[in-house]
Structure formats: C-alpha cells, structure tokens
Ligand binder design. Structure first.
Ligand SMILES: [Zn+2]
Length: 307
C-alpha cells in the first residue's frame, strides 16, 4: 500500500506502557448487551481465549457493550519486523494512524452521501493489557472494538505478530484488520450493533444458540463488507491498493475462521465461514456501497454464502 506522506489521525490514544489493572468491574447499569466474537485460525483451539472473554462478559454491564476480538495462536514464521514489512514499532504505529485517518475520510464521506453524520472513533494503542468500558483485555484478545468506549483497541505487538498468527502478512492485511474493527464502529453509528447485540443476547438467554450464532455471523460479515467498502474508497482516492494487496487481504480473511461456530458447531459448519468472509469483503470492495452490506436481509447461512 502507498501510505507515505499521508495524514495521520488525531484520534490515536496511546496507552502503551500503562499495563491495565485487573477487571474494572461494575460499569454502569441496565441491560447487558454483549457479543463476544473471537476470530481464530481455522482448526485451532481457542477455548482458553473463549473462556477468558466469557469471563469478561461477566464484568461487562454497559448499555452498549461489545467486544470483538480477532485472536489467534502464536507459532511458526516471523513477525512484521523480522519479515521487513515494518522496520520498527514506530513505523507500524504511523501506518495504523494513517489507516485510521483514511477510515475517517472514507466514512465521513459515505455518511455524508447518505445524509448522515459520522462520529469518528478513537483507536487506543496498548501493550500487554488494558481496561476498557467492556472489561479487561490483554494481548491474546487481539484487536477489538469496544462500543462502550467507541474505540478500537490494538496491541501493536499483536499486529506485528499477525504474519505468524494468521499466516497472512502484507500491509493491506493489517489495514483490513483495522478497517474491520472500524466497521463495527460504523455498525454502532448506524444503530445495528445494539440491535444485533440485544437480539443475540435474548436468543442466548432462551437457549437458542444456533439462532444467536447466526446473528453473530450476520454482524461479522457486515463488518467485513464495511471493511471492503473502505478499501474500495481508499483505493480509488489514493490509488494505493494493488491487486496483490487485495489478494493478501482476502488471504487474511480466508485464513480466519469463526470462533463460535468453529468451537461449538464445527461439525455442521465446516469451512464455510472463511469463504463467507472473503465473499463479503469482496462485495464491499467491488461495489463500495454500504447498501450492499445489509446482511440482515438474509435469513439462512446458505443465503449468506450464496450471495
Ligand atoms: Zn468483528
């Protein structure tokens, strides 16, 4: 990607070096809306991370409280500094800041086109651990969006390790991870996140796991599609994205499966989830139109798959 000399965002909150204390419990009151979505490498066990995030959910009592994580195991291959994708952490931070600024430009424009006003999220950098309005999180949680804070949280070390954790390097893959999380903020801005979250929670409460999982998938695929819309606009505006970049981003989307379905319903779900992610990213990427990202009009997994 071409990012040299471009504007950096002023919405970066740098909390690196301040290791979060354990469990900021008892935030707010009222109905808890929590959707915890962990992405993982297909076929790898993320039960420990799931247990961790389930523990978080006990502490998350904000009215709009969503944690979305893109977690993965760490093994094999080198990270971004070793592979030369970024020279050092400062360079990676700058890249993140330029991509965030790009999402601001794109979403301000898209909202304007639709007669709406976009409120930019912050992006909080942390190292090792952080306390958020959605609970305590650490490196293993991966990048996530917390709707209570209206902030994307990223440990730069996790991002640097992505080429080994996801087996999918390339700067567009990193940008896509950020764009996906910002996609959840866009959902929040449009009111989808609260709606999806409360529906999902009600279904889980009444033991309807399959239906609740389906809503998770709808939420995630929409964020992927929004990530694609960003990529479409970014590419057009800056002529910054090559076909090779897109191939790497799609590879990253393919490499990442769905945790809930993966852990709980792998036998039924197979490898469809990664395929779906790729399709919805491509849909946003080729159309650049948020109206094409309405996953709610589809009522079965097959329909989401066969768009
Ligand atoms: Zn997500």
């Amino acid at each position: 990607m071409k990012v040299e000399g471009r504007r950096e965002s002023s919405n970066i909150r740098d909390q690196r070096g301040g290791v979060g204390k354990k469990a900021a419990a008892g935030i707010g009151g009222g109905g808890m809306i929590l959707a915890v979505i962990i992405y993982m490498l297909t076929g790898q066990n993320v039960a420990p991370q799931l247990a961790q995030t389930q523990a978080q959910s006990q502490k998350c009592v904000g009215a709009e409280c969503q944690v979305d994580t893109q977690a993965a195991d760490s093994n094999t291959k080198g990270h971004a500094y070793q592979t030369g994708e970024f020279k050092n952490e400062g360079e990676l931070k700058k890249f993140v800041s330029v991509i965030l600024a790009s999402t601001e430009d794109v979403w301000n424009q898209v909202f304007k086109e639709n007669g709406l006003q976009y409120h930019e999220p912050s992006l909080t950098l942390f190292s090792q651990a952080v306390d958020t309005g959605c609970g305590h999180a650490d490196y293993n949680a991966g990048p996530f969006y917390c709707s209570a804070d209206k902030s994307v949280f990223i440990d730069l070390n996790f991002l640097a390790d992505m080429s080994k954790t996801l087996g999918a390097g390339g700067d567009f893959a990193y940008a896509y991870v950020i764009a996906h999380e910002v996609g959840h903020h866009v959902q929040n801005e449009l009111g989808y996140l609260v709606k999806y979250g409360s529906q999902e929670q009600m279904l889980r409460k009444s033991g309807k796991e399959e239906e609740a999982n389906f809503i998770s998938v709808q939420t995630e695929l929409q964020a992927d599609c929004f990530g694609g819309v960003w990529a479409n606009r970014e590419g057009k505006k800056y002529n910054s994205i090559s076909d090779a970049d897109i191939a790497k981003g799609i590879n990253a989307a393919k490499a990442v499966g769905d945790d809930k379905l993966g852990v709980k319903r792998r036998e039924n779900f197979g490898h469809g989830s990664a395929e779906m992610r790729m399709k919805w990213l491509k849909r946003g990427l080729t159309t650049g139109d948020i109206k094409q990202c309405d996953t709610r009009v589809y009522t079965t997994l097959d329909q989401l798959q066969n768009i």
